[in-house]
Design a protein around this ligand. Structure first.
Ligand SMILES: Nc1ncnc2c1ncn2[C@@H]1O[C@H](COP(=O)(O)OP(=O)(O)O)[C@@H](O)[C@H]1O
Ligand SMILES: [Mg+2]
Length: 387
């Protein structure tokens, strides 16, 4: 079972890449489901078929689903939300700011979409699940969830079920806070349990891979870099970067000739920033990427002989050790004599021979300076000190 999540800025081609890889995998004989968590669904547009919140069969091995976030959120969260609203309207106010915070928790909807993914994974019905995500921001917010959300829920609803059962009415009297019904507690327990299973799944590198889609444009690359670092620091496995919208050489003649240099620079930047990870390049096609036929064709163009359902890369590229103020960077094949290290304000530049690689400064060490660096066994350990 594999879950492959495509993420990236809006409009870079996430949906197209997700659908194209799904088509290629289905053609190889595996049963595939493409799921979209983006509230602005566009799987239907891509395949040219209407797709619903239940799996819609597109071909022998290919299925698609557009997750209905409102429906999923009501299913997981409905009774809890009603109770929280009760708390808010209750006299004496049941928790103030925190209760309100829970209702507007950023990206909460996305979390409920992820629960749907978990449900499908646990059903074991498919060999591969491809996820077409909402633009970067929401996806990232989601990663911080499990702890933050469960912490908040515990804070707002501190009482254990058993206590409430015996002393509910009494507490209600003293605190002027309505006590939740038993089923609310059951729902909370169920929710917490699902959250734990979701987190475990997301961190299982043999199952879940994330793929960052970018285009060769400065602003998009910057966001892809931030996204990439963040995913790594949370220990998710990014196993490929897909560079879409590359202008073919032919198109660079005449009017677009000035773009050639810009694109070259951008492609170099991509190489320097994501050098350890497999990169796949996709030219701007002479038509929109729609319908199964075109998607299959593009799937072959992107991946060639590679199998898009495989784990394409699995190695920790960098990790942060906050206890020792150290950043550890994986630099296979580097030679100690050939290493150079520079610190820009927001970036570390590591030179290996004639090539340089850039790593964003971890936010944990913002305002810190490099104190020392040591290279051993293919890893560069950089220790930071506060200025
Ligand atoms: N390499 C490409 N060549 C031609 N058209 C493309 C390419 N990549 C994406 N498109 C088109 O660009 C539009 C946006 O792509 P889409 O995959 O929906 O992006 P996202 O899901 O990231 O918002 C779609 O109309 C799609 O067909
Ligand atoms: Mg999309």
């Amino acid at each position: 079972m594999r879950v492959i999540i495509y993420t990236g800025k809006g409009g870079v081609g996430k949906t197209s890449m997700a659908c194209a890889s799904a088509c290629k995998i289905a053609k190889s004989g595996k049963k595939v489901l493409v799921m979209s968590t983006d509230p602005a669904h566009s799987l239907g547009d891509s395949f040219g078929v209407k797709i619903g919140r239940d799996a819609t069969k597109l071909s022998d091995k290919l299925y698609a689903m557009e997750i209905d976030t409102v429906y999923e959120s009501e299913k997981s969260w409905g009774s809890i939300k009603d109770y929280i609203k009760n708390l808010l309207t209750a006299k004496g106010n049941g928790g103030g700011i925190e209760v309100e915070e829970l209702l507007v928790f950023p990206g909460l909807e996305e979390l409920f979409s992820m629960f749907k993914i978990l449900e499908v994974v646990e059903s074991g019905e498919y060999d591969t699940i491809i996820v077409d995500c909402a633009p970067t921001g929401e996806t990232l917010a989601l990663l911080k969830y499990p702890e933050r959300l469960s912490g908040l829920i515990r804070k707002v609803l501190p009482m254990e079920k058993a206590v409430v059962k015996t002393g509910g009415k009494l507490i209600e009297g003293i605190m002027k806070v309505p006590m939740p019904e038993d089923n609310v507690f059951d729902d909370i327990e169920y929710l917490m349990d699902k959250m734990e299973r979701l987190q475990k799944l997301m961190l299982d590198k043999s199952v879940v891979s994330l793929r960052v889609v970018t285009t060769p444009e400065k602003i998009v690359i910057n966001e892809a870099k931030r996204n990439f670092t963040c995913l790594y620091l949370y220990h998710y496995n990014v196993d490929a970067v897909i560079v879409n919208h590359i202008y073919p050489e032919k198109a660079m003649e005449g009017y677009f000739s000035k773009w050639q240099k810009l694109q070259e620079d951008a492609l170099n930047e991509i190489k320097e920033s994501f050098s350890e990870v497999p990169r796949f390049y996709v030219e701007l096609q002479d038509k929109e990427i729609r319908t199964m036929e075109v998607l299959e064709e593009v799937g072959d163009k992107i991946f060639g002989e590679s199998d898009p359902s495989a784990v394409l890369f699995e190695n920790e590229i960098y990790s942060v050790d906050t206890e020792n103020n150290t950043l550890r960077i994986y630099l296979p094949f580097a030679d100690k004599e050939e290493l150079r290290l520079e610190q820009d304000r927001n970036e570390l530049i590591v030179g290996v021979k004639n090539e340089s690689r850039k790593f964003p400064m971890p936010s944990e060490f913002a305002g810190y300076d490099i104190a020392s660096a040591k290279f051993a066994d293919g890893y560069l350990n950089i220790r930071f000190e506060q200025e």
